[in-house]
Design a protein around this ligand. Structure first.
Ligand code: FEO
Ligand code: CA
Ligand code: CA
Ligand code: CA
Length: 642
């Protein structure tokens, strides 16, 4: 619920968002069983907001895209909406840059949009200028919290866009690279694009790249470490090589001081070795590091990724972090924030607690992994005034979901005797955060993906699926004996289609206790017009909508899709559907929420016979599917999701 005045139109009439807010308050009252009369509390509220009386507007006002239209060869959208396709893989990062060609040129790919479009965030210029000016209210610089939405620039900004992965077959057109040049092409297709973007018109409004702040950060870009593990012996190699690169960039977060957080997820897949005698240490095995990796074969030409090479024994420890990027400073060195712990970070959702501490929720996306929360040591503003990052000092916690609907955040510090016994120092603990979490009794979850904080403070997390959840109990997965038995928070055996769990922080966001329930089990929607499976991307808007993106085998003949849920009523409507073989991921809006960006990742799973989306192919008629960003607007100019 908002607690500050909402923005006004010049004529002092409520805008559509306000009406939705007012109606939402009504619906909350109705849900709470409060009887409404002509002179009720509602009347007081509506009078105080200068709103008209009238019919209650549905939160999801749009016509849903029917199941019958959600499984075609082309993307499809609600009749009330329209979309445009921008930023396909291989397009120049800025005007005048090298245009797409395939096979790739490694040098050019480093100046082009990468592949595997995933998490992203739009940073409007006014917003960040406010942060730089030191305006002292987070909401002044965070329009997505629902305040001052009209104040920031919704036509021009910087988009930070993650490039999670691209298989050799898709990127190189072959199963394995045959030269260092081809390894570099693959490496340059990964990482992050920082893109200056503006909505240009006429003849027709269209988002285009602008020359200015664009930069690529990839596997061979300089990075730095910060926080408790920085400088640790386990982050140093005999080679003495400087830290380079980011990989497996899945979802994201953003900070109230105007920076972007990119999350390294499946970093293990990029390491490998052809040395048969090599075996993984228990610490490596816990992260799924093995000789095959995901068959990228970078190690054959780039020894940094060869697990058996004695000069690079700790290189894999340098990945699996949350990395902070300044969208507005192309010269900034991206910083790996070790206080948040090393895991397969899906997303890093930052929320400012009422006391000014920042918390960062991260899901570790693998079967039977955990949900984490970092809590900064102090108020974020005072920490920054003292010259330290709020992300460098604080406490990492891991979640235990009790069967009675309560939960606890368990601190991962050496104050715990078992952790003090296991780890020599905090650096070692954070580098092995999964092993630390194993020892304190955290709840193994059904693949935690995105996490978002809704307008009522509740936190939503997608648990995408878990094919290995069993009744009988114990398996060894990633060198860990884990109970695979169901529990109240992960009750489905197996969990084929996933669910969305949510919790309320009962001691505030920086606190240690919560209560939880399940928002939706995806399997319950099958055979209905709300059908979806494998929830992944999540974003909660300031009005109480929950945007849900899917990644996995959909039922009822559907492609992967974008849906919108009403967090109060549970109603779900389909807004957009992708193409065969793709997932839908990444979500950001302009401050006015009139434009929504999402991504189509791995169309056709990279196979042009399945999908050659978006048919903007390279020279010589080459056909290769290209990941791209979808720009979604409501035809009547309304806020997205309405
Ligand atoms: Fe990158 Fe778990 O999805
Ligand atoms: Ca993905
Ligand atoms: Ca994901
Ligand atoms: Ca996924």
């Amino acid at each position: 619920m908002q607690d500050t005045p909402l923005p006004r139109h010049a004529d002092n009439q409520p805008n559509f968002s306000e009406i939705v807010q007012i109606n939402r308050q009504r619906r909350l009252l109705l849900q709470a069983g409060v009887a409404l009369t002509g002179t009720s509390l509602l009347g007081v509220w509506t009078a105080s907001l200068a709103a008209p009386s009238g019919p209650i507007l549905p939160l999801l006002g749009f016509t849903a895209l029917p199941v019958a239209q959600g499984g075609g060869l082309e993307p499809a959208i609600s009749v009330d909406y329209q979309f445009d396709i921008i930023l396909p893989w291989g397009d120049p990062l800025e005007p005048g840059g090298p245009s797409f060609q395939w096979p790739l040129d490694a040098g050019q790919q480093a100046r082009q949009i990468g592949i595997g479009h995933d998490g992203m965030w739009f940073f409007p210029f006014l917003d960040t200028h406010a942060a730089r000016q030191g305006w002292d209210d987070v909401d002044e610089v965070n329009p997505w919290q629902g305040r001052r939405m009209a104040s920031a620039d919704s036509q021009h900004g910087v988009l930070c866009l993650n490039h999670e992965f691209g298989t050799n077959a898709h990127v190189l057109g072959k199963s394995a690279p045959e030269s260092l040049e081809e390894v570099r092409a693959s490496q340059h297709a990964h990482g992050v694009s920082v893109i200056e973007l503006a909505c240009v018109s006429p003849p027709k409004p269209r988002w285009q790249t602008i020359k200015g702040l664009g930069r690529r950060i990839h596997v061979n870009s300089e990075v730095a470490f910060s926080g408790p593990a920085a400088g640790h012996r386990l982050l140093a190699n005999p080679a003495g090589n400087a830290p380079w690169g980011t990989v497996g960039n899945c979802a994201m977060g953003y900070t109230p001081w105007g920076t972007y957080l990119t999350c390294e997820e499946n970093f293990n897949g990029y390491f490998g070795t052809d040395h048969a005698e090599w075996t993984a240490t228990p610490e490596q095995a816990r992260y799924g590091i093995n000789a095959e990796g995901f068959n990228y074969y970078w190690h054959r030409f780039d020894k940094r990724f060869d697990l058996a090479h004695p000069n690079y024994v700790n290189e894999a420890n340098r990945f699996g972090w949350v990395v902070e990027i300044d969208p507005f400073d192309p010269a900034q060195t991206p910083v790996k924030r070790t206080a948040l712990g090393r895991k397969k970070n899906e997303s890093a959702t930052l929320h400012v607690a009422d006391n000014g501490q920042v918390v960062v929720y991260t899901g570790d996306d693998e079967r039977f992994e955990y949900i984490y929360k970092f809590v900064s040591a102090d108020d974020w503003r005072s920490m920054r005034r003292n010259g330290e990052s709020p992300l460098d000092r604080g406490t990492l916690h891991v979640a235990r979901f009790n069967d009675d609907g309560t939960g606890e955040w368990l601190p991962l510090t050496r104050a715990s005797p078992v952790l003090a016994q296991t780890f020599a120092d905090m650096g070692e603990l954070l580098i092995n955060a999964r092993r630390a979490a194993d020892r304190v009794g955290a709840t193994p979850m059904d693949r935690p993906e995105w996490i978002t904080v809704a307008n009522d403070g509740r936190v939503y997390a997608s648990l995408t699926n878990n094919s290995r959840r069993t009744h009988d109990g114990a398996q060894v997965i990633n060198d860990r004996a884990v109970s695979t038995a169901p529990d109240a928070a992960n009750p489905l055996v197996p969990n084929v289609d996933g669910h969305i769990i949510r919790w309320t922080e009962t001691q505030g966001h920086a606190g240690a206790r919560f209560t939880w329930d399940v928002f939706v089990f995806a399997q319950d929607t099958h055979g209905t017009e709300q059908s979806f499976a494998d929830p992944d991307g999540l974003w909660a808007d300031p009005d109480g909508r929950l945007f849900i993106e899917t990644d996995g085998g959909q039922k009822d003949g559907l492609n992967n899709q974008l849906l919108v849920a009403d967090t109060v009523t549970g109603e779900i409507k389909r807004l957009f559907s992708g193409v065969p073989g793709c997932e839908i991921t990444g979500m950001t809006v302009t401050p006015d929420r009139r434009t929504l960006f999402v991504n189509i990742q791995h169309p056709g799973d990279g196979d042009p016979a399945v999908s050659n989306f978006p048919k903007t192919n390279g020279p010589d008629g080459v056909t290769v599917p290209r990941d791209a960003t979808v720009v979604i607007t409501r035809k009547n100019g309304g806020i997205v999701g309405s």
